[in-house]
Ligand binder design. Structure first.
Ligand SMILES: [Zn+2]
Length: 299
């Protein structure tokens, strides 16, 4: 399958006024599709992009679960629409593969492991990295952008706010400074980089929409996907880490903005109601273990 030139997103890049519209839509929802008229993506595949063990769950559930260890999954998603493919996040770096010591973004807190190559999982459905039109990034934490450099021909889609944040000078929080430095290293200098300003309709038909959900990081985004049989599905990114976070409205202590995090969770709740959608939570092991895994898919 060869990579096709893509034009659908270009109108969205054409004028500053459109971008201003997108920015306004980030709060007003007006940039999002009409549920009754939205086009459809063809298939949604889950890829195993790693798993991790953290030694203190209370980092994600402040005030509760102090000192309790927790296992998270790292999930990537692959979406087909016609001849185009969008990869949502790229997971734990392949250099970690089968390393018993694992890999860490913050060594005192969390250790990641990787059992499967993303490229091997793509191969099981007949794809090479060059077939991936877009690599869309929920945010720039290392377990989400670990393999961006495997897709040099793809167009990387991320929020401008996120790019400017990782490019900004260090602040007082050392953990945050470390995560930003790692993000710069893993992201490198993509050949094809589109910096977005809020909600963005990727294919121009409402089938796949990037939704601004800042708070975990300044330019965090989630993804709204429309499928013929499965309906609307929201891929969380890290707008929440666990179903429990979502139910209790708790904000991890590593998030860059607590108020924005709560507003983004509220926004997701509103979208779940508007679109009668399901929420697939990236790191929630209990939920993810129940979801289909490549080569099975949602359609
Ligand atoms: Zn994160």
């Amino acid at each position: 399958m060869s990579k096709r030139p893509t034009t659908a997103i270009l109108p969205f890049l054409a004028t500053a006024s459109v971008w201003l519209g997108c920015m306004l839509a980030a709060t007003a929802d007006s940039g999002l599709p009409d549920a009754a008229k939205a086009g459809f993506a063809d298939k949604l595949y889950r890829l195993d992009c790693g798993h991790s063990l953290a030694n203190d769950e209370s980092v994600w559930t402040p005030g509760e679960n102090v000192g309790r260890s927790i296992e998270f999954l790292s999930t990537c998603w692959l979406i087909q629409r016609g001849n185009e493919w969008l990869l949502w996040d790229t997971g734990v770096p392949e250099a970690t593969l089968n390393d018993p010591k694992g890999w860490s973004t913050l060594p005192k807190l969390i250790v990641y492991h990787l059992d499967k190559r993303i490229t091997d999982q793509l191969a099981t459905i007949g794809l090479k990295t060059i077939d991936i039109t877009y690599v869309a990034l929920s945010h720039t934490h290392g377990d989400h952008i670990g393999n961006v450099n495997l897709f040099p021909d793809s167009t990387v889609l991320m929020q401008r706010a996120e790019y400017e944040w990782i490019s900004s000078a260090d602040g007082p929080n050392d953990n945050v400074n470390q995560l930003k430095a790692l993000a710069r290293k893993l992201l490198g200098t993509p050949k094809h980089l589109k910096l977005l300003a809020g909600d963005t309709d990727v294919f121009g038909d409402g089938s796949v929409t990037l939704v601004a959900t800042p708070g975990h990081t300044p330019g965090h985004q989630s993804l709204l996907v429309h499928l013929k049989n499965s309906g609307f599905i929201i891929l969380s990114g890290d707008v929440v880490h666990l179903q429990e976070n979502f139910e209790k409205n708790t904000v991890p202590s590593l998030n860059t903005d607590k108020g924005a995090s709560i507003a983004s969770m509220d926004r997701i709740r509103r979208l779940l109601a508007t679109y009668n959608a399901k929420l697939f939570i990236n790191h929630d092991k209990a939920q993810s273990d129940t979801l289909k895994l490549t080569p099975a898919f949602y359609d």
